[in-house]
Ligand binder design. Structure first.
Ligand code: TYD
Length: 211
């Protein structure tokens, strides 16, 4: 950048939803859509996104632990991710597309596992007091349908995917509760629609945020 040239801060977009709602393939489409528009896009994920975060992800997905340990490790990985990857990219003016963020901790740890919501709020306040995504796309699907999709994929399941349908239904309800509390930021997408309909919806929503 030449002296005096001002580069505006990038946008932070997150993809959320219960396991099996299909967010990952739509996230890849959204990254390609933004890149086609000439944006510099950083695609990342949680838990993970840094070398330490990826090690913590391995533990979180496969090692049984107390629910508060789980929440603390998720937010520890998030602190690292914000510091080393997300904040620097936004500062450079890049767009950051992240597969899950703190809404997932609200939904899975508080909604699914029963972590005290005050403790969740304290962790969120500690780790990112001034940052929330600019836009969150929440893929919503009845948990019974999501469970059938996961089984149809016929692969090894992680600790969260192996949870019963009632756990995923609590996660889903917590996501919807969070969306109702932040309707400007969180856009709920009915994930039980044809992929091309969803793709168009996502592109239109993102395009509105590009201005
Ligand atoms: P995800 O990357 O969506 O799984 P996959 O690679 O199978 O698509 O997410 C991994 C799991 O981590 C998911 O089941 C939800 C869980 N998770 C939490 O419980 N809390 C969190 O804060 C985050 C970020 C993820």
């Amino acid at each position: 950048m030449s002296p005096g040239e001002y580069k505006s801060r990038g946008k932070f977009i997150t993809f959320e939803g219960i396991d099996g709602a299909g967010k990952s393939s739509h996230m890849a489409d959204a990254v390609a859509f933004l890149a086609d528009q000439g944006r510099t896009v950083l695609s990342t994920r949680e838990p993970g996104g840094t070398p330490l975060g990826e090690k913590l992800r391995e533990l979180l997905l496969h090692q049984a632990m107390h629910l508060e340990t789980e929440a603390l490790l998720l937010f520890a990985a998030r602190r690292e991710h914000l510091e080393r990857v997300i904040e620097p990219a936004l500062e450079r003016g890049d767009w950051v597309i992240c597969d899950r963020f703190s809404d997932a901790s609200y939904a899975y740890q508080s909604g699914g596992r029963g972590l005290d919501r005050v403790k969740f709020a304290q962790l969120e306040q500690w780790v990112h007091p001034h940052l929330q995504p600019d836009l969150t796309l929440l893929f919503d699907l009845p948990s019974a349908i999501a469970a059938r999709r996961i089984v149809a994929q016929a692969r090894d399941l992680d600790r969260f995917e192996r949870e019963r349908t009632d756990f995923h239904e609590r996660v889903r309800q917590a996501y919807l509760e969070r969306a109702a509390a932040a309707p400007q930021r969180i856009r709920v997408i009915d994930a039980d629609q044809a992929p091309e309909v969803i793709r168009k919806l996502i592109q239109d929503t993102i395009a509105r945020h590009a201005s």
